[in-house]
Design a protein around this ligand. Structure first.
Ligand code: ATP
Length: 355
C-alpha cells in the first residue's frame, strides 16, 4: 500500500511524525508492506512553490492507494487564484471524497466532558453544501454583490444526498442499527426536506436500521445532554463540520478526532482539528487523532481489497490506542503527561507486547 503523507501546518509535522512511526511499525508487524512517500502542501509548499497545492502533487496522490493529510491552516489563506488554496478542500473535491466519517467516543481512563460513555459517528457530506468552493464548475458560490452585500449559496443534489445516506446506513448496519438525520428543514424547506426524504428512501434498503431526525439546533442540546442515545448521525456538509467538532470535544479533546474522507476509489485520513497554532512546536499535541485516522485508512483499504491483515492491523491500532488511554499514557489535553513524541515509543512498546 502506497500512502502519500503530507505533514501539514502547525502541529501537523509533530503529530504526523508519530503517525509515521506507528504506521511503519504496524506494517512490519502485520507484513503489510506499506510505503510512505512524503510531500508538502500548505504554508511550506506556498513558500517553496508559490502555491499551497499543485496539480503535480494531485497526480502523485492519484497514483497512490491513500493519503494522510496533516492539518492545514486556513485562516491566513487569501485568493485561490494566487495559489492560496485550501488543500483539504482541494483533495476532497478533486478526489471526490464525498463521505467524511467522524467517529467520537469516550475512552476509559480519560477525562471526559460528559457523564455518559458514548460511541457515535458523524457522517458528513463533503462535496457540496455551504462551501463556496464546491458548488460551481468555476468561480465561487459566494458573491460580493456590492461592498455591503454578500450572497452565499448552498448546493444540495439528489446524487450527493443518496450516496452519503447510503454510507451512513452501511455503517449503522454493522453497529447499533440507528441512523439520526440532522437538518434544518423548518427553514431550508426544499433542500433539507429532500435530504430527509432521500435518507428515508435509502433507509428502506436497510429495514432493520431505526431512523429518527432532529433539527440541527435542537441536536446540539440533545447531543450534549445524552450523546449515548446516538449511533450514526448523517447530515449535510456544514452542519456536520460543526456538530462533529462538538462531539469530538465531548469525548475528551479535539486531539482524539480521527476522520476518514472516503470516495469510491480513494480515501484520505485526516484529523478533524486544525493546525492548533497555540500549541505548535511545544511537543504537547495529541497525535491520537492522526493515529485513529490512519487506522481508519488501513481498515478502508482492507475492506476494499478484502485483506484480513490490513483489517487486523487497523483493529490492533484501535486496541493499542484504547490500552494506552486506559493506562493514562496520553498527552496533557486529556489529562496525561506524555510528550507527543513519547506516544510513538509507548505505542510501539505496546505493539511488541502483543503475540
Ligand atoms: P486553525 O486555524 O488551523 O483551524 P485553530 O486553533 O483555530 O486552528 P484547531 O486547530 O482546531 O483550531 O484548535 C482548536 C483548539 O483545540 C485549540 O485550543 C487547540 O490547541 C486544540 N487542539 C486542536 N488539536 C489538538 C491536538 N491534536 N492536541 C491537543 N489540542 C488540540
Amino acid at each position: 500500500m502506497k500512502i502519500v503523507v503530507i505533514p501539514g501546518d502547525g502541529i501537523g509535522p509533530e503529530t504526523m511524525a508519530v503517525c509515521d512511526e506507528v504506521l511503519l511499525s504496524v506494517s512490519k508487524r502485520f507484513e503489510l508492506n506499506i510505503e510512505l512517500s512524503h510531500e508538502s502542501a500548505g504554508q511550506e509548499s506556498l513558500k517553496k512553490t508559490g502555491a499551497t497545492v499543485t496539480t503535480e502533487l494531485l497526480e502523485k496522490v492519484k497514483k497512490a492507494d491513500g493519503l494522510m493529510l496533516g492539518p492545514m491552516s486556513t485562516l491566513e489563506l487569501g485568493q485561490a487564484s494566487k495559489g492560496e488554496i485550501n488543500a483539504s478542500l482541494f483533495f476532497r473535491k478533486n478526489l471526490d471524497l464525498y463521505a467524511n466519517i467522524r467517529p467520537a467516543k469516550t475512552y476509559p481512563g480519560l477525562t471526559k466532558r460528559v457523564q455518559q460513555d458514548f460511541d457515535l459517528i458523524v457522517v458528513r457530506e463533503n462535496t457540496e453544501g455551504f462551501y463556496a468552493d464546491r458548488n460551481v464548475e468555476s468561480g465561487s458560490s459566494e458573491m460580493l454583490i456590492t461592498p455591503d452585500v454578500v450572497i452565499s449559496l448552498r448546493r444540495i443534489t439528489r446524487h450527493c444526498c443518496e450516496r452519503i445516506a447510503r454510507s451512513a446506513f452501511i455503517l449503522a448496519q454493522n453497529r447499533k442499527k440507528h441512523v439520526t438525520i440532522v437538518h434544518k428543514a423548518n427553514v431550508l424547506k426544499i433542500a433539507d426536506n429532500m435530504f430527509i426524504d432521500i435518507c428515508h428512501q435509502v433507509g428502506k434498503e436497510f429495514p432493520d436500521v431505526r431512523i429518527d431526525d432532529f433539527i440541527v439546533d435542537a441536536m446540539m442540546a440533545h447531543v450534549v445532554r445524552a450523546p449515548d442515545q446516538f449511533d450514526v448521525i448523517v447530515t449535510t456538509n456544514m452542519f456536520g463540520d460543526i456538530l462533529s467538532d462538538l462531539t469530538s470535544e465531548l469525548s475528551g479533546s479535539l486531539g482524539l478526532a480521527g476522520t476518514l474522507n472516503a470516495g469510491i476509489d480513494f480515501a484520505m485520513g485526516q484529523a478533524a482539528h486544525g493546525s492548533a497554532p497555540d500549541i505548535a512546536g511545544k511537543n504537547i499535541a495529541n497525535p491520537f487523532s492522526q493515529i485513529i485516522s490512519a487506522a481508519m485508512l488501513l481498515n478502508w483499504y482492507g475492506q476494499k481489497h478484502d485483506s484480513k491483515s490490513f483489517i487486523a492491523a487497523s483493529q490492533a491500532m484501535e486496541q493499542i490506542t484504547l490500552e494506552l488511554m486506559k493506562s493514562g499514557q496520553v498527552t496533557p489535553d486529556v489529562g496525561g503527561n506524555l510528550k507527543t513524541d513519547e506516544i510513538a515509543k509507548a505505542f510501539i512498546k505496546q505493539l511488541q507486547m502483543k503475540n
